[in-house]
Design a protein around this ligand. Structure first.
Ligand code: ADP
Ligand code: MG
Length: 596
């Protein structure tokens, strides 16, 4: 099955909050749910409640005020019971609104799916048709449709459904176009599936959340629009009551008996508000990024929940000193540590290799150093990070931000994902400089050019106006390094800087980092899973496993005499030229215990 499907429809595991509890965390949505539930309950129970006949007139009792004996909400100008008409009318308004939404969603989604999937001329013809519908102000269009079909509630329903089809068609087409070019759709095609089957089993599940979200945010609207048509006398016909027609009839006695129009007006307000609040809540719950944590925006700095308060300053000759750092992730109600009580230090001009297999907590460590772990779900639960003896987390958020990119700079694994695809590389480097310095644009640009030459990009003058996609992987990584160097940092943290590159480019990038380090006296924290890289570049090495540092020391010593079994395995994973099959044979006994 497709990745996207897995991401959006995976069952809520025990450690994840269920959709329900997420929705109930949102106070406004819960309020909406309660009000809507009450109104819906009343509407459903209308036939068995002891209500008067909503259409029974009684001229003797006209325009009784609310709280009259036998008429809790009074009577209207024909002596009909307002409470009864209100409940029956709500039932009709809700039913019409839901039906119109369902019809618009069905036809709109089919149009959007087919247009987005087929592309080309089909797409063009269908979407221009939709554009024509959208070109009219939609309430005018609805009026025109009812005028042609004749005024009645069912025609009002059709009219509202038709004018809302474009919203669904456009939204669904947009998502579909993105999905059909994805690899899992190609794979389904290669496996011999037909168009209909691909559309409904591969594409539809990815589009479903969008349909549900659009429905939940338009149903309130449609109820309002139906009420509008009835108000104008084009929807529900007398004696039938819906909320809009009650409002319309009450308008005539607005000054002598305001309750007749105010009560249905309030009901429309409560109904539409509650549906919209609930709809917003549903939309938040269906967003997979928000599911992982509570419904708040990510903060600019990782949350601090340190168990003990460390010294704000220490005496140290290291430029970076990490002590007892623990970073955890919130999973449902549990807090799971990903990095557990690790300590290491880095001197000026030194290179420390942080090595470990994928998932051992290297990236989380690197991001924790400047509070860059996303919060929620991440938080720093203990320890301290001292830069030149000062605890980073004792600073304010602004203080920490001032360190990022100036004192400490990052180089990430895949520059194609970290460089902005729509800006020229020269401008992106200039932007990194301007974030910390007050110089004008042309100075920043010429400095960007210098940096590009520094990191060994040939024809830097021409390449400065290139876009990221016009460069090779190695060149992009050089740009990433140039951005890191932009403000002469004292520490560079490189998280797998060469993993996305081939072996020869990897060697050149490592040489470049090495030269820059010597030349500028920078400290380098090099994160990798490859002992070959560590052996080539690092003075010291720390081996990470399951969020813990299991071994640390001078690179040569660790390589010559590894103490921990895990270190021996990592070292054994580096092949040597000319070793041939013996390499695999040598690995077998080390990993034998893992096999079933
Ligand atoms: P690596 O050593 O490959 O860089 P990471 O530091 O990225 O590994 O991940 C360490 C652990 O932290 C993993 O077990 C991962 O599941 C967990 N983790 C990382 N990011 C998140 C996140 N945003 N939410 C929950 N858990 C995470
Ligand atoms: Mg990583």
């Amino acid at each position: 099955m497709s990745q996207l499907q897995a991401a959006t429809t995976s069952p809520a595991t025990s450690s994840r909050l269920s959709s329900w509890s997420l929705l109930l965390n949102n106070r406004l949505a819960t309020g909406g749910l309660i009000i809507l539930g009450l109104i819906a309950l009343l509407a459903i129970l209308a036939p068995i409640l002891p209500l008067d006949d909503p259409n029974a007139t009684s001229p003797a009792d006209r325009l009784q005020p609310p709280l009259t004996e036998g008429h809790l909400l009074g009577t209207d100008q024909l002596g009909r019971d307002v409470l009864s008409r209100l409940i029956w009318g709500s039932q009709i308004s809700i039913a019409v609104g839901l039906a119109a939404t369902a019809i618009a969603a069905l036809f709109g989604s089919i149009i959007g799916l087919v247009a987005g999937y087929a592309g080309g001329r089909t797409d063009n013809v269908m979407m221009r048709g939709i554009d024509m519908l959208m070109a009219f102000p939609y309430i005018l269009l609805a009026l025109a449709i009812v005028a042609v079909l004749g005024p009645s509630l069912i025609n009002a329903l059709y009219a509202i459904a038709i004018v809302n089809i474009p919203f669904f068609a456009r939204n669904v087409r947009g998502v579909t176009v993105g999905l059909v070019s994805r690899e899992f759709v190609d794979a389904a095609r290669l496996s011999g599936k037909g168009h209909a089957s691909i559309l409904f089993t591969e594409v539809l599940p990815g589009v479903l959340p969008v349909i549900v979200i659009t429905m939940s945010t338009t149903v309130g609207w449609m109820i309002l629009e139906t009420a509008g048509l009835s108000f104008l006398g084009l929807g529900a016909q007398p004696p039938q009551a819906d909320l809009g027609s009650m409002l319309g009839e009450g308008r005539r006695v607005l000054f002598t008996a305001p309750h007749v129009s105010v009560i249905p007006g309030l009901m429309i307000f409560a109904l539409v508000m509650s549906i919209n609040l609930l709809g917003d809540g549903v939309r938040d719950v269906l967003d997979p990024r928000l599911r992982a944590g509570d419904l708040t925006r990510p903060r600019s700095m990782t949350r601090l929940e340190r168990r003990s308060k460390p010294e704000p300053r220490i005496e140290t000759d290291a430029i970076l000193d990490v002590q007892g750092l623990e970073t955890s992730f919130q999973k449902g109600r549990k807090t799971v540590p990903a990095v557990k009580d690790i300590s290491f230090s880095l001197k000026k001009g030194e290179c420390l290799g942080l090595i470990g297999e994928s998932g051992s907590g290297k990236s989380v460590t690197a991001l924790s150093l400047l509070g860059l772990v996303a919060s929620p779900p991440g938080m720093i639960t203990n320890g301290a990070v001292y830069i030149e003896g000062e605890d980073v987390f004792s600073r304010t958020e602004t203080g920490v931000r001032a360190l990022r990119g100036s004192k400490v700079a990052y180089v990430f694994q895949d520059p194609l994902t970290t460089l902005h695809p729509l800006f020229k590389v020269g401008d992106q480097i200039a932007e990194a400089i301007l974030a910390h310095r007050r110089i004008n644009r042309s100075e920043a640009r010429s400095r960007a050019l210098e940096l590009m030459e520094k990191v060994g990009i040939r024809d830097a003058k021409e390449r400065v106006d290139a876009f990221p996609h016009e460069m090779s992987g190695g060149q992009r990584q050089r740009i990433g390094i140039a951005m890191a160097l932009a403000n002469d940092p004292d520490i560079i943290i490189a998280d797998e800087p060469t993993t996305a590159l081939d072996v020869t480019v990897q060697a050149r990038i490592l040489d470049l980092l090495q030269d820059l380090r010597r030349e500028r006296g920078m400290a380098l924290l090099l994160i990798t899973h490859d002992f070959g890289v560590v052996a080539q570049v690092c003075d010291r090495v720390a081996v990470m496993k399951d969020g813990d540092i299991v071994e640390a020391g001078i690179t040569g010593e660790v390589l010559a005499d590894p103490q921990h079994a895990y270190t021996r395995k990592l070292i054994a994973c580096v092949p040597e030229i000319g070793q041939g099959k013996a390499f695999l044979e040598g690995l077998r006994p080390l990993f034998a215990e893992k096999q079933p």
